[in-house]
Design a protein around this ligand. Structure first.
Ligand code: NAD
Length: 396
């Protein structure tokens, strides 16, 4: 579609830099154990690398590579001055104490230190890491440099330079893009029915924000199962239930539904906000939603995508729909670098503007070229990165 030459295509398909590190840990009981860690900078032609740090037993170099590339396109689609990067350590964080996780994080940071920094590569939390992890990374980096450098990470606690609005930013972006898609089809968000898979950081806040907007959140689920109420769930009461029990299952004012069943509900908007690959060649056939708004990264497989398109389901792709998190990460980095912090309304307003403008660009290209929103979003992302390469030229 973009007519890129083979050399450019290959360059964009290949990570710019990959660092593999050994991360030895002295356990609390005195024994030692070794973990593997990675940091991949897929592309840094538009600015520093940007991307999360994942702690999970299935982390490997291929997963980190793929996630790094995803970040390159995502940052370019929402037009942030960043490249794409990702890090990971192959570790199950649930099997380690807080002190052990702190030591792993500090050693990993120290090993990859030569390639990170506010102008080089900026980390953020991902699966298995959180704002405390980012505080440790920031502290380790800062101590080594000799002064405080909050811009080396985003998603850190407010007390050490985090941004207001970061915690709900991804979910806000999901709702902004969903509203834009509904709007284009002449559907009002007020009264629109919504089903959300996943009730974690993205799904739960998306449910709350959809409800605030007047939509009817009819079903939600988590890894243990789901609940449905066609009249709309009381999302505040659901939060209280989850805080008490750790799951949406058993919420009284609703019936039970499986994760599978939730995907086939007749709703206006389906938001997969849990794990990847849930809409495949089988489940995509069952989707009766008019819109799928991808809160998760990669929830739809290639085959699933083809089927949804054939059935006329509008898919707002992950690189656009869930980019609100990285947009506010960018705001956090700008604020940290200037040591000047914005108010929550300022952040909300700037986020809304970015998301609507990115949606408008993607939707206009999709209409002009008669392609899906996914193809249009990726085309815009890849084109912006290719253009940066073209203008900068090839060194030497
Ligand atoms: P999270 O760990 O906070 O929540 C994940 C939710 O999914 C939980 O409710 C969990 O119970 C549920 N879940 C896990 N396995 C499941 C399964 N097999 N079936 C159904 N539900 C299952 O994670 P999160 O931060 O909300 O991330 C969710 C997705 O959104 C991931 O794909 C992540 O990469 C993506 N994402 C997150 C952010 C962010 O800012 N947090 C930004 C962009 C993309």
């Amino acid at each position: 579609m973009l007519g890129l030459d083979e050399g450019t295509h290959e360059m964009l398909a290949t990570p710019r830099r990959e660092v593999h590190v050994a991360v030895p840990l002295r356990r609390d009981d005195g024994t030692s154990v070794l973990f593997r860690g990675y940091r991949v900078q897929h592309n840094v032609s538009r600015g520093p690398g940007k991307g999360g740090l994942r702690y999970h037993p299935s982390v490997d170099i291929d997963e980190v590579r793929a996630l790094a590339m995803w970040m390159t396109w995502k940052c370019a689609v929402v037009d942030l001055p960043y490249g794409g990067a990702k890090g990971g350590v192959t570790i199950d964080p649930r099997e380690h104490s807080e002190r052990e996780l702190e030591r792993v994080t500090r050693r990993y940071t120290s090993e990859i230190k030569p390639i990170i920094g506010p102008e080089r590569d900026v980390m953020a939390p991902d699966m298995g890491t959180n704002e405390q992890t980012m505080a440790w990374v920031m502290d380790t980096y800062s101590v080594s440099e000799g002064y405080t450098i909050p811009g080396v990470v985003t998603g850190k606690p407010i007390a050490v330079g985090g941004s207001l609005g970061r915690a709900t930013a991804t979910s806000r972006g999901v709702v902004h893009t969903a509203k834009a898609a509904l709007n284009e089809a002449g559907v009002d968000v007020v009264g629109a029915s919504i089903a959300i898979q996943g009730f974690g950081k993205v799904g739960s806040h998306a449910a709350a924000i959809f409800a605030e907007e007047g939509a009817r959140v009819v079903a939600v689920s988590d890894q243990y199962g789901g609940v449905v109420n066609r009249d709309g769930l009381d999302v505040d009461a659901l939060f209280t239930h989850v805080a008490a029990t750790g799951t949406v299952v058993g919420f009284e004012e609703a019936d039970e539904i499986s994760n599978h069943g939730l995907l086939g509900l007749e709703v206006d908007v389906l938001v997969p906000a849990a794990v990847e690959g849930v809409l495949d060649e089988i489940t995509a056939q069952q989707v009766r939603a008019r819109f799928v708004v991808e809160g998760a990264n990669g929830p739809t497989t290639g085959e699933g995508d083809t089927i949804l398109a054939k059935n006329g389901v509008v898919v707002v792709p992950d690189v656009l729909a869930n980019a609100g998190g990285v947009v506010v990460s960018y705001f956090e980095w700008v604020q940290a670098n200037q040591a000047y912090w914005w108010t929550e309304p300022e952040i909300s307003e700037r986020l809304e503007h970015r998301m609507h403008s990115a949606y408008a660009d993607v939707s206009a290209l999709a209409r002009r070229e008669d392609v899906s929103l996914r193809d249009a979003a990726l085309a815009i992302g890849v084109q912006r990165v290719a253009e940066a390469h073209e203008i900068r030229g090839l060194y030497p």
